[in-house]
Each structure stands twice: as structure tokens, then as C-alpha cells.
Write a protein that binds this ligand. Structure first.
Ligand code: ADP
Length: 456
């Protein structure tokens, strides 16, 4: 029996008891013939009053019990439970208030859970290993990357776990150092974690939690990026230096008497002009690439018919192809629309057609535009010298050339395919090549019809 019902029953029994006692006292004190009827009337009145009060009170008791039961369910964690609101009185208001409280708590709990899940998703996807360390060197909380880095299997491991489980004394040493110094500590160390590599370990105090945040960061990506940058600068400098040296050499020859050399001076000046033009092309390519590579590189997407762009570009190269005895054909069904930045697509096409004509001694260059289910595929195929398979994976790298000397003679900078790749990537597309030595090459790119972000 619920407490309220129990109390009600006790009250009811007490009333009956009181009625009996009162009737008894009256019977004794009055005495005589009147005593019994008076006692009976008093008893009847008490019992009647008690019975009249019993049913509404029992009903009230049941409603309170129902509210109490709902409250208990809510406390037990089920915030979808609701107390019955079955009238328009104070008890119903109480039930309504309780329901409202449960509803709000439920909403807030859901929000907090979503926030926690989002933070955990962020934490677990961070490339750094992160752990919250307590003063007694225990891990109170850590992301998956941390456990993976220190090679500890989390399953069956209760938190807080001892930091010494990571078997990397340097971690404890740095945390202790930060605790003693009451300041952040950072150190670059070579560790055997997943494999021997350079890591940056940092520890910073979190005053509000009386804890220390330990972060382990793999320095390899940054080092690789720095190496890539160094390589690029060194390549670019080398490329620029070659024509500059040549220009300087010929200019000095002219100054040292070459101007009077009627037979050769025109050739010297022509070489200077050609080298200056080469420098110009190189700087233009570098600027184009830098522009495409900028994180905020502007892409002006509009709906264009790629067959029109392809035909116009084909016309531009027709003369050059004819002069070299090549056939240039364009197969592009009208109405092949896509959302593209026209200038960037033209840039990609120009570089592919320029290469195809440059590296094809005889035969045909074909520019093909095709509609795929959700993308447009543009192919430039040639019957040229082709490319040996070992070079194919690196073709789209900056300054990568199969035959350095030949590329230079033909006016190549080694940046053309890199420009193609970046132009296409800005559209959310992909590039590729299939090539057979001595038979020819097929360079292609595919861009999603609806622009970047759409399925290709
Ligand atoms: P480049 O300015 O030297 O042409 P690219 O980046 O455009 O630089 O191309 C890189 C290298 O790929 C070229 O040096 C060349 O060896 C090879 N290549 C590109 N296109 C073709 C092609 N159509 N046929 C054969 N080789 C090609």
C-alpha cells in the first residue's frame, strides 16, 4: 500500500476509534435510558462523517499516489513518463508542473547529450592524442587517438587509469614538470609509439578541473609539408636560374665584343628573347598555380555548355596541329552542360591540348566531351609517344617531367599537369591518365554537373 493510502486508512480507523470512544464515554456519563440512543446517534454521526470524507480522500490519495509514482519513474531516468492530469484543481496543477519539468529536463538532457556526442566526435577525430591527467598521474579522460598512440587496449580498462600504463616515462615526467612549474610545458621527442617518429608532447594546466591536458602530436605531416615546400622553392629557383644564366651569358658575350660580330649577334639576341619568353611562361605558370592553390581561390561557377568551350578551344589549337601535320578532332555533343568556372576549365583544356600536340609526332589528337550520369567527362587522347608506367603515378606533381631535356626544348615548364589537376580539384572533380608507350596517351578529367560537392 502506498504511503498516502496507508495514512488515509489510519486516519479512517482513528476516526472510527474516536467515535467508539466518544460514544462509550457518553453512554457511561449520561447513564440511564437516554444514554444508548445518544451514543448510537453520536456513533452514527461520526461514522457517517468518516464515510463521507473517505471516498473523496481516497480519490485524492490515489491521484497523489499516481503523481508520486510518475515522479519516481522520472527519477529512475525515464523522462518520457507523465503524471495524469485528470481535473482542474491544485493537484492537477501539481501534476502539470511536474510534467513540464520532466519535459524541459528531457529537452535539456537531449541537448547536452548531443553537445557531448559532438565534442566526443571532434575529440576522437583529432589527429592529436589528448588525455586529461589528474594530480596523481591518472588518465581521467582520453580520446581514442591517445590510446592508439600509446598502444593501450581500452577494453577492460577502467578510468581513471594510471598514466604509467602507457610505458612512456617521458609523459609522466612532462606532466610532473608542468605540475611543479605551474606552467605549460612543450617538448619535441622521438618516440617509439606506433613506430619511431618525432612527436611534440605538450602539457598545460586546466585550473578549473585541477587537471593537466596532455597532447601528443605527430610531427610527420608538418615536416613532410615543410620538405615539400623546400623542394618546390628549390625546383622553382632552379627552373628560373637556367634561363636567367643563359640571358646573362649572352648579354655579356654581346657586351664583350659580340655586338660587332655581325654574323652571330642576331642569334645571340634571339636566344635572349627566347629565354626571356621562357621565363615569362614559367612565371605565368607559377602565378596560375599559386592562384589555384590558394585556400580562398575564387571559383566563379556558372552553367556552361562544355561542348561550346571544347570546340572553341579546339579552334585555337587547329593551326598549331596542322603546322605539325597532326589531325585535331573535337567530338562534343551540343548541350553538355555543367556548372564550371569557364576560365579554369579553359586553362585545364589548354594545358592538355598543348601537351598532346607537343608530345605527338604523328597522327591524331582527339578532344572528347561526354555526359556521364552526374558528371561530364573530358578526354584528350593522342597517338603520341606515350608514357612508361613507372612515370604515370608522379605525372601530376609539380615540375615532374619524363624527359626533362625534351620538355624544356618544347617550351614545357613541368607545371602544366599540376595546373590541370588543381583546376579540376577546385570543381570537386578528378583527373586521370592511361598511357601505352609508343601508342599514345589518354588524359581525362571528370567534373560533377552540379559543381563542387555534387557526386561525380
Ligand atoms: P611540361 O610542361 O613538361 O609538359 P606537364 O606537367 O604538362 O609539364 O607534363 C609533365 C610531363 O608529362 C611532361 O614533361 C611529359 O613528359 C609528360 N606528358 C604530359 N602530357 C603528355 C602526353 N600527352 N604524352 C606524353 N607525355 C606527356
Amino acid at each position: 500500500m502506498r504511503p498516502f493510502a496507508r495514512r488515509l486508512l489510519a486516519l479512517f480507523l482513528a476516526l472510527i476509534g474516536a467515535a467508539l470512544v466518544t460514544a462509550g464515554i457518553l453512554a457511561v456519563t449520561l447513564g440511564g435510558a437516554r444514554s444508548l440512543p445518544v451514543a448510537a446517534i453520536v456513533l452514527l454521526l461520526f461514522t457517517g462523517a468518516a464515510l463521507a470524507a473517505f471516498f473523496p480522500l481516497r480519490n485524492l490519495g490515489r491521484r497523489f499516489d499516481a503523481i508520486a509514482a510518475s515522479a519516481e519513474t522520472m527519477i529512475g531516468g525515464d523522462l518520457s513518463a507523465r503524471a495524469p492530469v485528470d481535473a482542474h484543481d491544485d493537484v492537477a496543477s501539481l501534476a502539470r508542473a511536474l510534467n513540464d519539468l520532466a519535459k524541459r529536463s528531457d529537452t535539456r538532457l537531449r541537448e547536452l547529450t548531443a553537445e557531448r556526442d559532438a565534442s566526443e566526435a571532434v575529440l576522437s577525430n583529432l589527429p592529436q592524442g589528448l588525455a586529461l591527467i589528474t594530480r596523481d598521474l591518472r588518465v581521467a579522460h582520453a580520446n581514442e587517438r591517445f590510446w592508439a598512440l600509446v598502444g593501450v587496449d581500452l577494453s577492460g580498462l577502467g578510468l581513471p587509469a594510471r598514466l604509467s600504463l602507457a610505458r612512456q616515462p617521458i609523459l609522466e615526467e612532462l606532466v610532473l614538470d608542468s605540475i611543479t612549474r605551474k606552467a605549460p610545458v612543450t617538448r619535441e621527442v622521438a618516440l617509439y609509439l606506433e613506430e619511431k617518429r618525432d612527436y611534440e608532447i605538450s602539457v598545460r594546466p586546466i585550473a578549473a578541473r585541477n587537471a593537466w591536458l596532455l597532447a601528443i602530436e605527430d610531427l610527420r605531416p608538418e615536416k613532410a609539408l615543410a620538405a615539400l615546400r623546400r623542394e618546390f622553392v628549390s625546383n622553382a629557383s632552379h627552373e628560373l636560374k637556367t634561363p636567367l644564366t643563359s640571358i646573362r651569358g649572352y648579354a655579356e658575350t654581346l657586351l664583350a665584343g659580340g655586338l660587332e660580330d655581325l654574323e652571330h649577334r642576331a642569334r645571340f639576341v634571339e636566344t635572349i628573347r627566347a629565354q626571356a619568353a621562357r621565363l615569362e611562361t614559367l612565371v605565368e605558370d607559377l602565378l596560375e598555380l599559386a592562384d589555384l592553390d590558394r585556400p580562398d581561390s575564387p571559383v566563379e561557377l556558372k552553367d556552361w555548355d562544355l561542348s561550346v568551350i571544347a570546340r572553341e578551344m579546339g579552334d585555337t589549337f587547329q593551326d598549331a596541329a596542322r603546322r605539325l601535320g597532326l589531325v585535331l578532332e573535337v567530338i562534343a555533343p551540343p548541350g553538355t552542360h555543367a556548372r564550371v568556372d569557364r576560365t579554369k576549365i579553359e586553362l585545364a583544356l589548354r594545358n592538355l591540348l598543348d601537351n598532346a600536340i607537343k608530345y605527338t609526332e604523328a597522327g591524331t589528337v582527339t578532344l572528347l566531351v561526354e555526359r556521364k550520369p552526374s558528371a561530364v567527362r573530358v578526354t584528350v587522347a593522342d597517338t603520341g609517344r606515350g608514357i612508361a608506367p613507372e612515370h604515370v603515378p608522379r605525372l601530376f606533381e609539380r615540375f615532374y617531367r619524363v624527359d626533362r631535356g625534351r620538355s624544356r626544348t618544347l617550351g614545357g615548364t613541368g607545371l602544366g599537369l599540376s595546373i590541370v589537376k588543381h583546376s579540376v580539384l577546385l570543381h570537386g572533380g578528378q583527373v586521370g591518365v592511361e598511357s601505352t608507350p609508343r601508342l599514345g596517351s589518354v588524359f581525362w578529367f571528370e567534373i560533377p554537373v552540379d559543381g563542387p560537392g555534387a557526386e561525380s
